[in-house]
Design a protein around this ligand. Structure first.
Ligand SMILES: [Zn+2]
Length: 144
């Protein structure tokens, strides 16, 4: 891509840190990694330094692959760009989705092709990955 045709991604780009790097490394390969607690067995998402349920630091990662489907658990329709770069995407559907195969895991992302008339609680969606930069892909939802 030369300078004239390069698309500038204007939205905030999530940063990798010590605790979420396996999540973003998998996202960059268009896969989903989730953190799991070795002590109590729950999936810990979003990932952190310890389990949100029991506080254990004995957490590992599980790769769920790239065929990720789920149902909208709840959502909002935003008519304001709360962050820079979203002004051309309005209204934005921001959804909490629980995974079909792992209903305990809930992941927040936008439903890219949804709007107030087409999204409701229970809407079936699948994960896609938007390539924000050459190094970073961001999980999002579209209708399944
Ligand atoms: Zn735990």
């Amino acid at each position: 891509m030369n300078e004239e045709t390069k698309v500038i991604y204007e939205k905030p780009i999530p940063l990798k840190n010590t605790y979420n790097a396996p999540y973003w490394d998998a996202a960059d390969r268009h896969e989903l990694n989730v953190q799991k607690c070795n002590t109590c067995g729950i999936y810990n998402h979003p990932p952190g330094p310890s389990c949100a349920n029991c506080g254990s630091i004995e957490v590992t990662w599980e790769n769920l692959g790239s065929n990720i489907t789920g149902e909208v658990y709840t959502y909002i329709v935003s008519h304001r760009p709360f962050l820079p770069g979203f002004q051309n995407d309005l209204p934005t559907v921001i959804a909490v989705v629980h995974l079909e195969d792992y209903p305990d895991i809930k992941i927040i992302a936008n439903v890219l092709n949804g709007n107030a008339e087409t999204v409701s609680i229970g809407t079936k969606v699948k994960m896609v990955w938007v390539e924000a930069t050459e190094e970073r892909s961001i999980p999002q939802w579209v209708f399944a």
